[in-house]
Structures are given as structure tokens and as C-alpha cells.
Design a protein around this ligand. Sequence first.
Ligand code: ZN
Length: 413
Amino acid sequence: MKLPWQQMKRQSRQVAAPPLQQYRACPSCGVESDLIECTDALCSLKDFQFFTDQQGLNRADHRIVACAHCGLLYTNPCYTPSGFQQLFAKAGLSYGHTAERIVEQVEWVARHFPQACSLLDVGCGGGDLLKALPQTMQRFGLDVDALVLETAAKNALDVVFEVCDFDGLSDLPQTDVITLFHVLEHLANPAQFLKQLRQLAKKGTQLVVEVPVVERAVVEQDRDIVGFFTIQHLTHFSKVSLENMLAASGWQVTHVEAMSGYNGWRVVADPKTLNTSKVAKDKTSLPAANAYLTVWRDNIASVEQRIATLATAPQIMVWGGGQHTEYLALLTGLFKRDAEFVIVDSDPLKQGQTYHGIPVLAPEQVLEAEWLEGEFPIVISTYGGQESVVEILAAKGVDPLRVMTLYDRTQRY
Ligand SMILES: [Zn+2]
């Protein structure tokens, strides 16, 4: 048996596809005007494919703009609700509930809010944070993912979970603390949601919001070609634009903190009188975005240099078939060379499918068929998972000279 090598064939986009995206007003100040402050969109990727082939039905354009009125960086067009469901169906929505992060968050909540008796975690996923908090605390979790919540509820009978699409909040109890860890940047209407949380708040409720911010993307010199302006985020905050949005939604920031080791900017806010004044102008976002885009273009160039060393390899195995691979396809020459490919991915939703005509295989399938034997190079196409793939291949005795990593160092988000 030989590997089912294929050249990449990008299908043309279906003209009859239902509208998956729509243009929108600024999600912070609501101004609908000529929104782009610079001559072109800051970052623009045409015809981005979400995961495996679906006859061009899972394609979207990715375009970042700066609001001419309040300075907010955001994705425009934005996904329609049905577009979001369709495009992210195979994404396995993950808000980064890694074990280390949970330990830190629990300790942080205990230190900052020693008197708190109740907590609402928005975007709670499998409820890992809530389960790790003291049982004496009343705990509530909200998430969009009904299936994940169903499992979570079975494992934590003393926690109340509710499905929520973030457009309307049902009858939730008032709590002492509300947490949103890496949630706000994923919402289509973040300011509207913050206002709803403000209405839910009682005197003394503390709101905790953590998001990645554009200034830290520059500081951390993140090498990932997916990078700060990922297609998964709908708003791209700066420290100032986050505070401005909170202020205009009835929240006064009282504490800020940069998380160490990853791009997380954590703020605590108090409820204040909800004024309907305009969102203040943020003049920091656009310069920071441009500084970051310089770093990002360098990152792409450095990945391209490594790919160039593959020379004329006729067959290449790409390990990783997720979003990172689509960025590689759009931004680099990897798949544009005259070569055949196979893709290996551990996600069962992708296995047995094709990605631009290239078969996606399961790691076990490759190992069982002894398909790693041969001379062909193996390119690792994942940022966060690079080191673990290196280990898997080393454990199978693959010659390290055949294994191409695209990054010198990686960091966890
Ligand atoms: Zn605006």
C-alpha cells in the first residue's frame, strides 16, 4: 500500500453559497460610516476555507478594519449567526481551558475576591473553572455549546449551567463575581452583551474580563503565522479600546494586569451608572496594529525561508490539518509548489475527508500502515502543538532530518 498523495486543488467558491457573512456597524460605538481609517484593510485574506472541503460552502473573507470614529479594531464583514454555525462546525470551539490556566484562575479569584459567595463564568465550556472553585460558592456557567454543557452538568451536579447565545440573557441570578476569560473577543455584539451583564449586576458585583490585546502581540513577538488577527476573533482589543467599551457599557475599570507567558490582559471592573455618552476615541490601536503587522510579515517570511529548503521534494507529508494549514496555504508557497501531499490530523472530524483535494489521514492509520517509512519530508503545521508532534515522530524513530518545524520556539496561549 502506498500513501494516497494528491496535489492541492483549490475549488472555486460557490456563487450560490448562502450569506455566511455580513457587513456591520462598529461593535463598540455603533457608528456605521466609512469605517476604514487607512487606505486598505489592515489585514485581508480572501476565500479562507474553514477545515475540510465542503464544495466551497465553508469559505469566508477575513478583513480587519479600524473604526474611524472610536478606533476599535474589528473584523468586517462578520459572520451571520448561521454562517458562524456553519463555519465553526468543525472547529471544536475552545477557549483555552488548559489545566495550568485553571489553577492560576482559581487562586487568583480566591485572592482578589475572598468574600465572594457566588460566581458566574461566561463561556464556561466544560465547566473546568467552576468545578475547581470551592463548593461553598454558588456557581453558574453559561456557554453556547449545548453538548459540552450537557456533559459538564453530569460531572458537576452542584453547578448550574445554562445555554446562551450571548444575544439575550435569560433569568440569571445576580452574583458577586462574573468572569469572561477569552470570551469577549469572540462575540459579535460585545458591547451589547456587557450592557446586559451590567443590568444583571448588583451593587458590588465585580466583572473580570480577560482578552488578548494588540500591544502585547507586539511585545511578545509571537511567531505564529495565524497570529493576533486570527479569523476566530471578531474584535481585536487594545488596552484602551477595551476600557472604552467597558466604560460605555456601564463598567468602571479598577484593576488591570498583564498575564505572564501568554497574551492575556485581565481587568476588573465595578458597575457604574450607565451613561449613554459616546465611546471615547482610542488612538493607540492603529499604530500598535501596524507595528504588529510588521512582526507578522516577518514571521511569514521566516516560515517561507524554511519551506524553501524543501527544494524539489516531490512528495510532502503535512502533519496538522487545521486552521494553521489554511494560513500556510494562503500566505506561503508550500502548497503552490509542484508536489503531492498527504495531511495527517488527530481530529476525527477531519479524518477521511479531503482538504483542497488532499486526503486527511489519522495518525494511527499512518503508523499502522508504516507510512512514515520513506524519504519524504514531514512538515509540522501547528504552532501550539509543534513540540508534541516532534515527540510523536521521534518516538516512532523518524529521522529528525526529515522533520521540518516552522518555529524556533513556541509559546502557549
Ligand atoms: Zn467605533
